[in-house]
Ligand binder design. Structure first.
Ligand SMILES: [Zn+2]
Length: 119
């Protein structure tokens, strides 16, 4: 890493960050830490400088924090759906390769049976 890209060393803020010269990140007014976006700045201020914030910034932090929770919940649901798809894909491949005792037809019938059981 070259010194021209380094804006903060771990000695100053406790964080090692590297900002490309053409970027203009949001910078924390309290500790000078560069952050990628205004939303991340709001979250950082709420987590690290809560006592120093006024009511507007605290409210902005709470809104950003709730939004972050919604994003995390959506991400977890997508990953669960992906895990189910990968599981059944491996099950079909296994049953196709092994053919016994679970043939691919039996695995498909099992999947349909589970699906009807859920409904
Ligand atoms: Zn800060």
């Amino acid at each position: 890493m070259t010194d021209s890209n380094l804006t903060d060393s771990p000695d100053e803020t406790g964080y090692e960050t590297s900002v490309p010269p053409e970027e203009s990140p949001a910078e924390c007014p309290y500790c000078g830490r560069p952050l990628e976006s205004e939303r991340l700045l709001v979250l950082h201020e709420g987590l690290d400088h809560w006592e120093r914030l006024d009511d507007d910034r605290r409210e902005a932090f709470q809104e950003a924090y709730v939004g972050e929770g919604d994003d995390l919940r959506t991400f977890r649901l997508k990953m669960l759906a992906l895990l189910v798809v990968v599981y059944f894909a491996f099950l079909f491949v296994y049953s196709y390769v092994m053919e016994d005792p679970f043939s691919s037809t039996n695995a498909a019938l099992l999947l349909v049976g589970c699906w009807r059981g859920v409904r």
